[in-house]
Design a protein around this ligand. Sequence first.
Ligand code: TRP
Ligand code: SF4
Length: 332
Amino acid sequence: MWGPPAPTRGRVVSGMRPTSRLHLGNLEGALRLWVDLQRRDQCFFLLADLHALTTGCDAGGDHRTLVREMLLDWLAAGLDPNESVIFVQSEVPAHAELALLLAMITPVPWLERCTTYKDWMATPDVARSAGLGLLAYPVLQAADILLYRATTVPVGRDQAQHVELTRDIASRFNALFGEVFTAPDALYSAAPALKGTDGRKMSAVYGNAIYLGDTAGVLERKVAAMFTDPARVFRGDPGHPDRCPVYGLHGCYNVSEVQAIGQDCGTGHLGCVDCKSVLSKCINSALGGLRERRAALQAEPDLLSDILRDGARKARAASEETLARVHEAMGL
Ligand code: TRP
Ligand code: SF4
């Protein structure tokens, strides 16, 4: 439902950089929370394609394809364009403009202090081509959030500093020019981070991810090749489920059996091959509906275009209202 928010309805803004396909970690750690929030609050979800440029505008990447793939994942996971405003950041010019205006009042040392910035600069490829936009990344993110006067920003813990900075920028702006912005709160998912196939945190960068777009067969092969308890050499050896990433996924996708599996692994009664094939079946059945929705949407490119056009129109209306107040406050 679109319209002015009812007094009890909070405002949610969040986004993702369309740099890679989404995986189970993104689904459990972010998308499920977003889907829940859209029933309660007025939500704005942005495909942050401008943010994607900060670490690779020369990658020859086909940004539009990446945006569409991400939109497919979002919709398949349950984001509903009738409930939430879903749009592409670059199609709403107020983001770039507000970022520029906020840049005028954001001290450079605040940005240099950001862990995300320091981490990127420790990556030689990125550091070599890093532009001003990378340093200003959190300012653009603050603009994303403040434009819609968000009360709640659901993000991963790695984004805590960016939300904190948004609050600092908002209060600095308000102190200088009068009360225009609301300070938002970060909201973290309660779901524990999922482990990838190699036992490290699931991440596209590590190449250990199971993607929402993976077919049932691809998923089975990935699970079959997963690392297990390294101390377990022979089938009858007692295992240590708490050291095994397969067990972690059972905890998420096979809740009813996870305890028994832990026991049978610990006593050496359950072999890893069987344990993995049970897991594959569970994940495949959990993803069944999502895969069907994804395939159905994929067959309707015009529908995707309509959703984005409609989302951008609503986001433009809401953001231009805030931008007008900012102009007014700054005396432009
Ligand atoms: N920086 C966020 C990330 O990497 C993505 C993002 C862009 C975002 N704009 C946002 C998140 C606004 C929350 C609100 O995950
Ligand atoms: Fe991991 Fe399952 Fe093998 Fe135990 S039986 S080590 S939980 S894969």
